[in-house]
Design a protein around this ligand. Structure first.
Ligand SMILES: Nc1ncnc2c1ncn2[C@@H]1O[C@H](COP(=O)(O)OP(=O)(O)OP(=O)(O)O)[C@@H](O)[C@H]1O
Length: 243
């Protein structure tokens, strides 16, 4: 399901962070890129309703109210709790009835390959399993859009591969938006990318399109790897970020 931001602006106090953003996020997995401090976490927080935009709106087709699942960059789960109880609890907080919560948690744990850990206490899980548990908690109320803030940070390579596989599978049937600095996340996961720079959306399109755009003059398309190695400054210059 498409989700659209119309003219969304936000600032902390008098400092503008998001400036008049128009963006339609499509089904599948979209990556949100941008250098440190570009406003990625702020955009995700506005999108899911944790921060109220100063102006603008966020809509789904048919004017229904979007339901979001959000997995923040850092979250803590009570170590004594069992995995399934954590997910049931977050499902209930997000509006699932007590009667429906156990089945919702079971489905969510299965979708992140953690069914076998349903009765395990959170403190016994590895970092990667905890991250997947966070995704299950974000999914259990069956949101329209799943939003993940840097989901692979702090994980070892095999755990990263695992969570990417989980996210890719979720993206087959849902709209997923994730922020990341990790190139392999984009390569493996994202059908589309948005680039945030100085509070504006400097690019919105496919990975192939961003590479082709940067190649510009018809020379061999730049690989995203080299684009990001050269740094966002070059990328933004090429994209014509001239304000
Ligand atoms: N609660 C806050 N109060 C004031 N300023 C903030 C607050 N949170 C973030 N900022 C500022 O807003 C800007 C955008 O921050 P944000 O965390 O959204 O960027 P980001 O792109 O997610 O960065 P990173 O890649 O480092 O996570 C930064 O200049 C940051 O210092």
């Amino acid at each position: 399901m498409d989700i659209t931001l119309h003219g969304v602006s936000f600032g902390y106090g008098r400092k503008p962070v998001l400036r008049d953003i128009d963006w339609t996020i499509r089904p599948g997995v979209t990556g949100l890129l941008g250098e440190n401090g570009a406003g990625k976490t702020t955009l995700l927080s506005v999108l899911v309703g944790l921060l109220r935009p100063k102006s603008g709106s966020i809509t789904l087709p048919g004017d229904t109210t979007p339901r979001f699942g959000f997995v923040p960059q850092r979250f803590s789960l009570p170590g004594e709790m069992r995995a399934a109880d954590c997910v049931q609890y977050t499902a209930w907080i997000n509006g699932v009835s007590r009667a429906a919560a156990p089945a919702a948690a079971e489905r969510a744990l299965a979708s992140v390959d953690l069914s076998h850990k349903a009765s395990a206490r959170v403190r016994s899980l590895s970092g990667g399993q905890r991250q997947r548990l966070g995704v299950a908690a974000g999914l259990a109320h069956d949101p329209d859009v799943l939003v993940l803030d840097e989901p692979t940070v702090g994980l070892d390579p095999s755990q990263r591969v695992r969570i990417r596989e989980v996210i890719a599978k979720i993206g087959e049937t849902r709209t997923v938006l994730l922020s990341t600095h990790v190139l392999e996340d984009v390569r493996f996961l994202c059908q589309r990318v948005g680039v945030l720079a100085r509070g504006k959306l400097a690019f919105d399109g496919t990975v192939e399109e961003i590479e082709a755009k940067i190649a510009g003059d018809g020379s061999a398309p730049s690989r995203l790897e080299s684009i990001l190695e050269r740094g966002y400054r070059t990328l933004l210059d090429t994209l014509g970020d001239d304000d």
